[in-house]
Ligand binder design. Structure first.
Ligand SMILES: N[C@@H](CCC(=O)N[C@@H](CS)C(=O)NCC(=O)O)C(=O)O
Ligand SMILES: [Fe+2]
Length: 357
C-alpha cells in the first residue's frame, strides 16, 4: 500500500509530497519547505512513518528547502541532483538512480530546462511522477534564470515526461491557480506551451516572452538551497517553546500531555474552558484551575496573567484546542492544550479536585 500526501505552502505556492510504503513505514518527502518543517514532521510522526530521504527536484529560487531541518529532526538523508551545484547532501542523484523506500521506489530522470539540475521522480509502477518546475499543470517552469534553457526543457518534457503512460499522474512543484494534479495524456493534448504539434521553436518563442518578475526571495533562497537549507546560524530549535515539553500536531496545535502538565503545574496557569456544571461535575477539575467557559474566553482573556504560560483544559481536549487559538489571537504567546483533556488526565491517574471516583 502506498501512503501519499500532497502538502501546500501558501506563501510560495509550493507543493511538497510525502510518499511512504505502508508496509514498512519507510517514507520520502519531495521538496519540503523550510517554514513548513514543523507541520510536515508532525504529519510524519502521526502517520507512524520513518523518513528515509528528503529529495529535491531542483535548487529552488523562490523558497528555502526544509531538507536540512528535516534531517536534523528525523535523521533522514538528503538527496539532490548531482548537477544542481548544492553542497552538503548525503546522496547525489544521477539519471536512472533508484531511490528506495521500503518495498517501493522512485526512478530519477534528468529533466533540465528550468534549471540545469532539475529532476523528475517517477514512481515504480509509473502511476505517478513528480515533475518539479519542469512541467506544471497546463504550463511549465520558467527558463530565464539559473541556467534555464527553453530548448532543453522542451526536450525534457517530450523525451522524459511525455514518454510515460498517458494515465501517469503528474504532480508539479508549484501551481499558482490552486490546480493540484494532471496526467501525461491530458498535458500531451492540452498543454498550451508543450502539447499537440507545438515544436521546439514555438516553445522557445513562448518562453522568451513570459516577462515574469524574479521571485521575491531569490537572493535569500538560492544561496540557502545550495547548502540544502542549512541556516547561517544554528537555530537550535530556537522557535520551539521551551517552557514545557510540548508537541506540535498536524492540526496546528501545541499540546502538553498529562505527565508534562503535572511536572510543570506550578509554573503555568491552568485554564478550564468547560461549562460551570462540568467543572463542578463528576470528572472534577485540576487543582488550581481557573474556569472561563470557551464561549466567554474571547471577552474575558484579559483576566489571565501574561507572566505565566497557559494550559487550556476541557473534557476531551477539543474545546481547549480552540481555546489556544483564541488565546493566541488575544496575544498570548505561550499557550498549550492538555492532550486528551480531563478524560485522559484521569485515565492516567492524575489527581482531581471534586468529582466522583
Ligand atoms: N511571484 C513568485 C514567482 C515565482 C516563480 O517565478 N516561480 C518559478 C518557479 S521557481 C516559475 O517557474 N514560475 C512559473 C510561472 O510563474 O509561470 C515569487 O516571487 O516567488
Ligand atoms: Fe523553481
Amino acid at each position: 500500500m502506498l501512503v501519499f500526501r500532497q502538502l501546500f505552502d501558501p506563501a510560495s505556492s509550493t507543493y511538497t509530497y510525502l510518499l511512504a510504503d505502508g508496509r514498512s513505514a519507510a517514507a520520502v518527502i519531495i521538496d519540503p519547505v523550510f517554514e513548513q518543517v514543523r507541520r510536515d514532521a508532525a504529519l510524519i510522526e502521526e502517520l507512524g512513518l520513518r523518513l528515509t530521504f528528503s529529495l529535491e527536484t531542483h535548487v529552488h529560487a523562490d523558497h528555502v528547502t526544509g531538507a536540512w531541518m528535516l534531517k536534523r529532526r528525523t535523521g533522514c538523508r538528503i538527496a539532490v541532483s548531482a548537477t544542481g551545484g548544492a553542497e552538503g547532501a548525503d546522496r547525489y542523484l544521477v539519471p536512472d538512480d533508484i531511490v528506495v523506500f521500503g518495498e517501493r521506489n522512485l526512478q530519477v530522470r534528468a529533466t533540465p530546462g528550468h534549471t540545469r539540475g532539475c529532476l523528475t521522480y517517477v514512481l515504480d509502477d509509473r502511476s505517478m511522477a513528480f515533475t518539479g518546475d519542469c512541467l506544471l499543470v497546463r504550463g511549465s517552469g520558467r527558463t530565464d534564470f539559473q541556467e534555464g534553457d527553453p530548448g532543453s526543457m522542451y526536450r525534457s518534457v517530450r523525451q522524459q515526461i511525455f514518454s510515460l503512460p498517458d494515465s501517469c499522474l503528474l504532480y508539479p512543484a508549484h501551481d499558482y491557480r490552486g490546480l493540484t494534479v494532471t496526467s501525461v495524456g491530458e498535458e500531451r493534448r492540452f498543454n498550451p506551451r508543450l502539447g499537440g504539434e507545438i515544436g521546439e521553436a514555438d516553445f522557445t518563442g513562448y518562453m522568451k516572452n513570459l516577462r515574469l518578475a524574479h521571485p521575491k526571495k531569490m537572493d535569500e533562497a538560492v544561496p540557502a538551497n545550495l547548502k540544502c537549507g542549512r541556516p547561517e546560524t544554528d537555530p537550535a530549535a530556537a522557535e520551539d517553546p521551551m517552557w514545557a515539553p510540548l508537541k506540535y500536531t498536524f492540526a496546528g496545535i501545541w499540546e502538553i500531555d498529562p505527565l508534562g502538565l503535572e511536572e510543570h503545574a506550578e509554573a503555568v496557569q491552568i485554564l478550564d474552558v468547560r461549562e460551570p456544571g462540568e467543572f463542578e461535575g463528576p470528572l472534577g477539575h485540576i487543582r488550581g484551575a481557573r474556569l472561563i467557559p470557551l464561549g466567554e474566553l474571547a471577552e474575558r482573556a484579559g483576566e489571565l496573567g501574561r507572566d505565566h504560560p497557559i494550559v487550556a483544559v476541557c473534557r476531551a481536549g477539543s474545546r481547549s484546542a480552540q481555546a489556544t487559538v483564541i488565546l493566541r489571537e488575544a496575544g498570548f504567546a505561550e499557550v498549550a492544550n492538555l492532550a486528551g483533556g480531563m478524560l485522559r488526565w484521569r485515565a492516567e491517574g492524575h489527581a482531581v479536585e471534586g468529582g466522583s471516583a
